[in-house]
Design a binder for this molecule. Structure first.
Ligand code: 0PR
Length: 378
């Protein structure tokens, strides 16, 4: 830091210089984040100083959080769910496993494992590390959904939780949650659904999928307003069916305005809570549905265009994630060539494929130009 501060103009031009180095989302097809809705940005700015880590100082923000939990709970089949607005899918996943882990430890279990699909987000590797819990990875079926028999085979007397994914990070696939829910119920095992991406997509698809609290076996859900919920970063949402699991996360906070805290982090943005509240109120289900419908229209258009140039999808897209099949030796070259033309794309692990996420910042023109570049490059 310099001894003397800079002028306001100096700072503004410095910021502008840095801003120009960042990519703008228009050419980004690799991200699950997007521009926040204008109303989210407005609300975020209005509540910049709000800290839900000491929520007694910000009862207005806390009211918004409570209502957001009710709104998202209702969207996911349970308006009486218990939870809070987290920093994102990683925190929500950690907290779900921490909650059931704490409970089982108090019941006397010392060695524990959880079962996740092979497609699980890398946040589960962090969970293994932080919580010292074995993470067992269940195999997939040919449609890249978790194979139910593999889940069953991996369950033993140390299994405290099974995880299902509603919208896998790489392929946008939905695990057979109805079947998994039945197993969880029958064996009395906690079932966590990672709907970080899919939570704001699946309820608005034409095809109906069972994935949420309407399935009796589902104990907790992670869903991210900062992905398809059009809110600002950081906004995740952790929901439990039963309050006792939220209580498992509570630590006493003697000198604060509240007696205890359940979130993983202390100081916690009220701004992104206000943003989430505002955008959900502003758009309503109809508005969110419109956004998902447009993303899905462009997803179908992209897949159709790719098929016309003989590039098949790995799976028919379930949501707005497209994975295109290339020989393993080709996919890296194609991705690099596309990046050379200014696109940002990603490559999946197994099977190797070119991965494109059709977020709300992707427009029809973008898809057309991308398809032309793709044809050129191959
Ligand atoms: N669960 C699932 C199913 C996810 O897809 C993700 C993130 C998470 C959990 C973790 O969420 P947070 O990152 O909010 O903690 N999926 C994306 C990914 O890792 C996140 C992302 C977003 C990556 C934008 C890149 C990017 O530009 O691929």
């Amino acid at each position: 830091m310099e001894e003397h501060g800079m002028s306001r103009e100096g700072i503004e031009s410095l910021l502008q210089e840095k801003k120009l180095k960042d990519l703008s989302y228009e050419s980004v097809l690799s991200s699950m984040c997007t521009y926040p809705h204008e109303i989210s940005a407005y609300a975020h700015n209005k509540f910049l100083e709000s800290n839900l880590g000491d929520s007694g100082l910000f009862p207005g923000t806390k009211e918004m959080e409570d209502e957001v939990i009710r709104m998202i709970g209702a969207l996911l089949g349970n308006e009486n769910a218990f939870g809070y607005i987290s920093t994102g899918g990683t925190e929500s996943n950690i907290q779900a496993i921490r909650a059931i882990g704490n409970r089982k430890r108090r019941e006397g279990l010392s060695e524990m494992n959880i079962i996740v699909p092979e497609t699980a987000h890398f946040s589960f590797d962090k969970i293994a590390d932080i919580l010292g819990i074995e993470v067992r990875k269940a195999a997939l079926d040919e449609e890249l959904k978790v194979a139910v028999n593999s889940v069953e085979e991996l369950i033993n007397d140390k299994t405290i939780c099974v995880v299902g994914i509603a919208g896998t990070t790489e392929f946008g696939q939905i695990d057979p949650l109805k079947e998994i829910s039945e197993i969880a119920k029958e064996k009395d095992i906690f079932l966590h659904v990672d709907a970080a991406f899919g939570g704001f997509v699946i309820p608005f698809l034409e095809e109906k999928y069972e994935f949420d609290f309407s399935l009796e076996g589902v104990s907790s859900i992670s869903i991210d307003p900062h992905k398809m919920g059009m809110s600002t970063i950081p906004a995740g949402c952790m929901l439990f069916r039963e309050e006792l699991y939220l209580e498992e996360l509570a630590v006493p906070t003697p000198y604060l305005t509240t007696k205890e805290q359940c979130s993983l982090i202390g100081t916690r943005s009220g701004a992104s809570v206000a943003a989430t509240f505002a955008v959900l109120k502003y758009l309503g289900r109809e508005g969110l549905k419109g956004i998902v419908s447009e993303c899905m229209r462009l997803t179908r258009m992209l897949v159709r265009g790719a098929k016309e140039i003989d590039i098949p999808p790995v799976i028919e897209p379930v949501m707005n994630v497209v994975t295109l099949s290339f020989p393993a030796t080709e996919v890296g070259r194609v991705a690099n060539a596309l990046e050379g033309r200014g696109w940002r794309v990603s490559v999946t692990r197994v099977p190797k494929a070119l991965r494109l996420v059709i977020m709300p910042h992707v427009k029809e023109e973008t898809v057309k130009t991308f398809l032309e570049d793709l044809e050129d490059v191959v």
